[in-house]
Ligand binder design. Structure first.
Ligand code: NAD
Length: 289
């Protein structure tokens, strides 16, 4: 298949390379010359403008920083310029409202479009083991699934346009809450004189069981190997968690949802990020307790 890929950063670079490995012909565009050079080394054909990259393609995949950029790239360089009948897959994490409105504009112009944000970081993007949560019609999903399979280990249809973004931000909002809860419980157990490993052994097999404790233990030397054992390098950066929490708070307000615990978690991550910890793994917030 001939596919245009727009946004070849930390995530998109590896994803585009995996499309090439799967036998697709990839037209790549990014504003960064370095990203374009890497894409070329990985077997992509590179272009100096998105509108040129989308000529003659059957699909457009994007992996961009935010909703404003996704909106402008599709409005100015993709919709009306890609061939009629092409399918669009936006894999960026963006706000639900923009995901819905870009999809509606694309649909009105005769294209099919899905929002397909990912779970999994840079390593999963490079290894082709991302999980995609997809919003769009059944027909758009079927077409997107064939392309997403080359970049991930799981592709799940979440519902109509915007449902992929909804799943992503609600999931990460829950992740922030159980990470902070896990940090608080581990530190309090320690202050009360319990050995943290003993607490882990008990709680990880009791009703305190949760992913942050069991699969991503935030304290060095305790529980399973995690970014805590690597000075909180790698993993999921605090700045990215905060980006997702801001999107979640915006969506909560827009949908009149009560989120008292999650808004507290968002405020704690705002403070932690503001103190210069944006590049550390999000579990390092345990250091504030
Ligand atoms: P990044 O900043 O490394 O990459 C974004 C790329 O988009 C950059 O190369 C930039 O030059 C390019 N870009 C910006 N504006 C552009 C435009 N107008 N036209 C073409 N290219 C443009 O970011 P990333 O880490 O790859 O993240 C991309 C998306 O994936 C974000 O929405 C992020 O929230 C999401 N995400 C990231 C991770 C992660 O671990 N990094 C995990 C899950 C989801």
């Amino acid at each position: 298949m001939k596919i245009a890929f727009i946004g070849l950063g930390n995530m998109g670079g590896g994803m585009a390379a995996n499309l090439v490995k799967a036998g697709h012909e990839v037209n790549a565009f990014d504003l960064s010359a370095d990203a374009l050079d890497t894409a070329k080394d990985n077997g992509c054909r590179t272009f100096m403008a998105a509108r040129d990259a989308v000529q003659g393609v059957e699909a457009v995949v994007s992996m961009l920083p935010n909703g404003a950029i996704v909106n402008s790239v599709y409005a100015e360089d993709v919709i009306g310029l890609a061939p009629a009948g092409a399918v669009f897959l936006d894999c960026s994490t963006i706000d639900v409202a923009t995901a819905k409105s870009v999809a509606a504009t694309a649909t009105d112009a005769g294209y099919e479009m899905v929002d397909a944000p990912v779970s999994g970081g840079i390593a999963a993007a490079n290894d082709g083991t991302l999980t995609f949560m997809v919003g769009g019609t059944q027909s758009a999903f079927k077409r997107a699934e064939a392309i997403l399979n080359a970049m991930g280990k799981a592709v799940i249809h979440a519902g109509d346009a915007g449902a992929g973004q909804t799943a992503k931000i609600c999931n990460n909002m829950l992740l922030a809450v159980h990470m902070i809860g896990t940090c608080e419980a581990m530190k309090m157990a320690e202050k009360l004189g319990l050995d943290p490993q003993t607490f882990y052994d008990i709680s990880s097999q009791s009703s305190g069981y949760n992913w942050s404790l069991n699969a991503y233990t935030p304290m060095p030397g305790v529980g399973v190997p995690s970014p805590a054992d690597n000075a909180y390098q790698g993993g999921f950066a605090t700045a990215l968690m905060l980006k997702d929490l801001r999107l979640a708070m915006e969506a909560a307000e827009g949908s009149d949802s009560a989120v008292p615990l999650s808004s507290r978690a968002a405020a704690l991550y705002e403070d932690y990020n503001g103190a210069g910890n944006g590049q550390l793994d999000f579990s390092s917030i345990i250091g504030t307790y």
